[in-house]
Design a binder for this molecule. Structure first.
Ligand SMILES: *Cc1c(COP(=O)(O)O)cnc(C)c1O
Length: 401
């Protein structure tokens, strides 16, 4: 968990108003460097899973670091190209998309990761081996902090089942497809390295059936701490184990294989804060509610995934700690935190939700006709820069006929 000084965050809140997303570029760079250093023993590429946060200023920070981009929709692909990512540094990993969307991405020249046998068969029948592809497999490995963010399990819609390898081979041989990569992404927030190592075993086993591979993509699952003392994926340990496993497998396979990863949360989560203002403090027979000028329209992770977001009271950091239930102003149950010990809260105080960089603004909406927050980037010694203006009432009407 990284923490910007309260004075820096309060100054941003004063300058740009609340609710406000604030991101620190240096944290993103440091996370990227941690990964590249940890995996330096083997040729490894990192594709930022931009669904976590697509603001173009953030994409530019990662482009400058040398990252690639993992995209899950054609519009994310177009955003990446718009920002300047080369097509070969973009990986398109959609699911449940129409064939036409896949062809549109092919025409843009990006790497395709196909997760469905019927699409793969159609792609092979249309293009044969003229456009190499990656195939997304589902290893049926249970992983991740929460069933909703786990993608490799038996009920998951993602990928082609590892039990369908025989069918997959038939489709590849029958259509002359050129498979240059295999992919597995088992989910988010994997603490236990043994999960990655089990995925490695399964992907190597599958790779033996495809002789023309250039890379194996192990997806993501890098966990970051959400509160003091919370564990983080041991990327250095993982980097060493992956390098050793790849070396051994390459020896048998007879060709070099790059390792690819698609971290989202790991790169941007800790860089971000959602700053909100306390509108009301309400004592009920059950608890004390601190009601803030935000809700699940701005940060849905606590309500959708029961995610824990550390909260600090920037206005009264040294106040006596008291028990609060922190809620939003949406006409729905939008509880950010139950029974949270926080320095005494007064109406008008500014609170910060930490780890708000990933799946924060990106999952926001204008539910209740409330406006989306502004976004600000802090970069080194430069003055804070507004990278998305706050929505206005006119934005709510825009597009309505
Ligand atoms: C969401 C996603 C990721 C990123 O997951 P994080 O937990 O944010 O790192 C990577 N790969 C694919 C295919 C995804 O859908």
């Amino acid at each position: 968990m990284s923490a910007l000084p309260a004075s820096t965050l309060l100054a941003a809140a004063a300058q740009f108003g609340t609710p406000l997303y604030v991101y620190q570029a240096d944290t993103i760079r440091a996370q990227y460097q941690k990964l590249t250093t940890a995996f330096s023993a083997h040729p490894t590429r990192f594709f930022y899973a931009c669904k976590a946060l697509t603001n173009v200023a953030i994409l530019k920070v990662l482009l400058a670091e040398g990252a690639g981009l993992d995209c899950v929709s054609i519009n994310e692909v177009k955003l990446g190209l718009h920002v300047g990512f080369a097509p070969e540094n973009i990986l398109f990993t959609p699911n449940s998309v129409a064939f036409e969307e896949l062809v549109e991405a092919k025409d843009l020249g990006v790497n395709l990761n196909i997760d469905n046998l019927s699409l793969l068969e159609r792609f092979g029948a249309t293009f044969g081996g003229s456009y190499p592809v990656c195939v997304r497999l589902n290893p049926h490995i249970e992983a991740g902090g929460n069933y909703k963010i786990s993608t490799g399990h038996i009920d998951s819609k993602f990928g082609i089942s590892i039990h369908q390898l025989r069918h997959l081979e038939r489709v590849v041989k029958g259509t002359g497809l050129h498979v240059r990569g295999l992919h597995m992404h088992t989910g988010s927030e994997i603490k236990d390295l043994s999960v990655f190592l089990r995925v490695l075993d399964v992907i190597f086993e599958a790779a033996r059936r495809f002789p023309n591979l250039d890379f194996l993509d192990l997806g993501s699952g890098f966990k970051v701490p959400y509160k003091p003392g919370d564990p983080e994926t041991d990327v250095n340990g993982l980097g060493q184990q992956v390098a050793a496993a790849f070396k051994e497998f390459e020896h048998e396979y007879g060709r070099p294989l790059e390792a690819w990863f698609e971290p989202g949360k790991y790169l941007v989560s800790e860089s971000g804060y959602l700053l909100v203002e306390v509108s009301t403090v309400k004592h009920t027979t059950a608890t004390v509610f601190a009601g803030v000028n935000s809700g699940f329209n701005h940060l849905i992770r606590p309500m959708m995934y029961e995610a824990y977001h550390y909260i600090s009271n920037l206005s009264n950091p040294k106040g006596p700690e008291r028990l609060y239930t922190v809620v939003g102003n949406i006409c729905e149950t939008d509880t950010f935190a139950w029974d949270r010990l926080l320095p005494e809260i007064h109406e008008g105080d500014i609170l910060a939700f930490h780890n708000a960089g990933a799946y924060g603004f990106e999952m926001s909406s204008s539910f209740n006709s409330r406006l989306r927050p502004a976004e600000v980037l802090l970069d080194g010694e430069q003055p804070p820069r507004l990278i998305r203006r706050r929505q206005t009432f006119e934005d709510l009407l825009a597009g309505q006929l």
